[in-house]
Ligand binder design. Structure first.
Ligand code: COI
Length: 329
């Protein structure tokens, strides 16, 4: 449904999106699953250099890694995610790519890795989008999801930062991550992040430790789980791949960026847009009871975009929320 929060915000980059082929894939059936595209971008940095040298586009394909690379052995790696959209004018626009560049730099600092400059990052993303422009779906059919990675690819046996790093960006056309509303169970045994840990950055190590909890919830019919804070188990944090917002009256609240929540770029954008629209926005710790008593709730993320929360279940108690026309999302 079209609504106040779902408005499109400005893009930061636009490139000529000439379409050469119309029948590459069934654009009407795109899901959030990998469709390999033509090119990826690669850039390297050895620890001696400390900075990434000029990168290049190469055909999309497997990469060769030392069995003793830092990323394979100790998980020294970051991921990012951003989207390129084709407009009605056929131009291709990236959504706030410089924000992803900054987030990668922040994560790299935490993970003891060198990172590309913002200029190198944004330049590489533009080149990746342009090289794969025939894979950017027609307007309104989805987007080209670009997945940058920063990996410790040098060989290292002891537990220490890798001697070499690779930045890689590949792309896939995608549709919705989820269709319909989110039906959450609240996870009270597994925690996604701890204070002082890496929950606030896009470390590749943040995801597989929660597979078990999410798989179990999905087996019970839930879309996903909401994680609670590890320190007290009282406050909501985020879901597997998205931030969460709670609305009551004119107030929209979301957990604060305090090291255990991912600083989502869609999250930041919604905060900005909602306050322009006259909502009162609060970034603060939100007790689970407040979510269970909210008027509405919704989730944001690059992959999932903005999705309404249909229900939340905690210890057998299920709360349903209003969604659709006349509501926020
Ligand atoms: C994104 O929303 O881009 C993410 O990175 C979440 C997930 C697909 C890992």
């Amino acid at each position: 449904s079209r609504n106040a929060i779902g408005v499109q915000t400005a893009s930061d980059a636009s490139i000529n999106g000439d379409r050469e082929e119309h029948d590459l894939c069934n654009w009407d059936e795109l899901k959030f699953s990998l469709i390999p595209t033509d090119y990826m971008y690669v850039m390297k940095c050895s620890s001696g250099e400390g900075a990434f040298s000029q990168g290049h586009l190469t055909r999309y394909g497997n990469v060769e890694l030392s069995p003793s690379s830092g990323v394979l052995n100790y998980g020294q790696g970051l991921l990012e995610g951003l989207k390129a959209y084709r407009g009605d004018d056929n131009r291709i626009r990236l959504f706030r790519p410089e924000q992803n560049a900054l987030r990668m730099q922040m994560g790299a600092e935490r993970m003891c890795m060198p990172s590309p400059t913002a200029e190198q990052f944004v330049g590489s993303i533009k080149q990746t989008a342009l090289a794969n422009k025939r894979w950017v779906p027609p307007p309104g059919k989805g987007s080209l999801y670009i997945r940058p990675l920063l990996l410790g690819t040098g060989a290292i046996l002891g537990v220490a930062p890798s001697p070499e790093y690779t930045f890689l960006a590949y792309a896939s056309p995608v549709g919705n991550y989820f269709t319909g509303s989110m039906h959450f169970s609240v996870e009270d045994k597994v925690y996604r992040a701890i204070p002082g840990g890496t929950g606030g950055i896009k470390s590749i190590t943040n995801y597989s430790p929660i597979y078990k909890a999410v798989t179990q919830a999905k087996a019970k019919g839930f879309t996903d789980v909401i994680f609670l804070d590890a320190a007290t188990g009282k406050y909501i944090e985020e879901a597997t791949a998205c931030n969460i917002f709670v609305a009551k009256g004119n107030v929209i609240s979301t957990p604060p960026i305090a090291g255990t929540i991912l600083p989502g770029i869609t999250r930041k954008t919604i905060i900005e847009v909602a306050s322009w629209l006259g909502y009162q926005i609060e970034e603060r710790a939100i007790p689970l009871e407040e979510l269970m008593n909210a008027d509405e709730a919704f989730c944001t993320g690059t992959a999932i975009a903005i999705k309404p929360v249909g229900s939340v279940t905690y210890q057998g108690q299920r709360v349903e929320y209003k969604t659709g026309d006349g509501y926020l999302v």
